[in-house]
Design a protein around this ligand. Structure first.
Ligand SMILES: Nc1ncnc2c1ncn2[C@@H]1O[C@H](COP(=O)(O)OP(=O)(O)OP(=O)(O)O)[C@@H](O)[C@H]1O
Ligand SMILES: [Mg+2]
Length: 337
């Protein structure tokens, strides 16, 4: 049975453009989705599809990006808050971990100092209490000898250890939403599994929601409840994770699934997705996967609409929508078994 779903974050019509010498880069282009309280939502898509810019736009950390649309959190549009109010939300209610911990750890301060500063800023604790909490948090993320580690500088720790510190920083103020952008890609496989397990464990304990960005569909399958597939700055499909793997609707999702190795399936050869991604300064009308798609039709060049074809399973793919409306084809319910 499905639990009651309360929306924690509601993103609508989010677009982020960058002005460059080559023209306007439409990095994120009219993206709408919501994250429910306590859920894990994954974002997948090829490199350059707009995954990072989506998350950075929510946090208003895109640098020069021109952001429009709405990001509603607790009834307020984050895009309209003052920078001061936004700072209170970042690092407190919504936190983010990045692929490279060195981008968010300051090399000139000790781990202890940085954790303590963050705690004192967001919680009303004095220095001693903040220190105590910092140490507790390091223990919590599996760092041994925590008291001594507090005195270490980021470069004195291993990559896996730094990633743990960053998770500690992100979680110490008990956020309602953790955004993790490729949190483990830079780490070796064993550490990767440990870090993901740690995020799962902490998530279970705290009930926070997770927005997990990765190009790794295996990680999505293991960690997420729902997944959105991005292509060229747009969402092309959203589905409960199991549904997406079982019956992908969009031709791009199908291609993406064909391009990854399955451990449990006897796939001899992986298929690279043929063709190339159109430039972000010059996207075509209609479906941006058109040129690479085997199922393309003239109608795909018109404005697309996102349609729910199954409960919670949406796509913009015209071919899938038509097949489904006819009640036949590979997407029909009765052929699922
Ligand atoms: N500061 C910027 N200035 C100009 N273009 C940018 C900027 N940041 C991102 N882009 C462009 O926006 C698009 C989306 O980039 P984004 O980093 O979100 O992709 P991604 O899906 O996270 O890719 P990856 O899997 O490689 O991390 C790309 O075309 C990228 O080149
Ligand atoms: Mg990225």
């Amino acid at each position: 049975m499905e639990g009651k779903k309360e929306k924690l974050l509601e993103v609508s019509g989010l677009s982020t453009f960058f002005k460059t010498d080559d023209g306007t880069v439409r990095a994120v282009d009219g993206v709408s989705f919501s994250v429910n309280r306590g859920e894990s939502l994954g974002i997948v898509g090829e490199s350059g599809s707009g995954k990072s810019v989506t998350s950075l736009s929510i946090m208003r950390l895109t640098g020069g990006g021109i952001i429009s649309g709405r990001v509603i959190y607790q009834g307020k549009d984050l895009l309209k808050l003052s920078e001061k109010k936004m700072q209170d939300i970042r690092g407190d209610k919504i936190t983010m971990i990045f692929q490279d911990p060195m981008t968010s750890l300051d090399p000139v301060y000790t781990i202890g100092f940085q954790l303590r500063e963050s705690i004192m800023r967001h919680k009303k604790l004095d220095k001693a209490a903040a220190n105590e909490l910092a140490e507790k948090m390091l223990v919590h993320v599996g760092i041994s000898n925590a008291k001594a580690r507090l005195k270490a500088y980021p470069h004195q720790l291993s990559g896996g250890m730094r990633q743990r510190v960053m998770i500690a920083m992100a979680l110490v103020c008990e956020p309602e939403l953790l955004i993790a952008d490729e949190p483990t890609t830079a780490l070796d496989v064993t550490i990767q599994a440990q870090i993901l397990e740690l995020i799962q464990k902490l998530k279970k304990e705290s009930g926070m929601a997770l927005l997990l960005i990765t190009h790794d569909l295996g990680v999505i399958a293991e960690m997420c409840d729902r997944v959105m597939v991005m292509y060229c700055g747009q969402i092309v499909e959203v589905a409960p994770v199991k549904e997406l793997f079982k019956i992908p609707f969009h031709e791009y999702t199908k291609a993406l699934l064909r391009s990854i190795p399955y451990i449990d399936k006897d796939v001899k050869r992986l298929q690279a997705i043929p063709g190339s991604v159109p430039p972000a300064t010059n996207f075509p009308e209609g479906c941006r996967f058109y040129e690479r798609c085997d199922a393309r039709q003239e109608r795909c060049r018109q404005t697309l609409t996102m349609k729910e074809l199954e409960h919670g399973h949406f796509t913009t793919c015209v071919a899938a929508q038509e097949k489904y409306m006819r009640g036949g084809g590979e997407n029909s319910r009765d052929k699922r078994q």
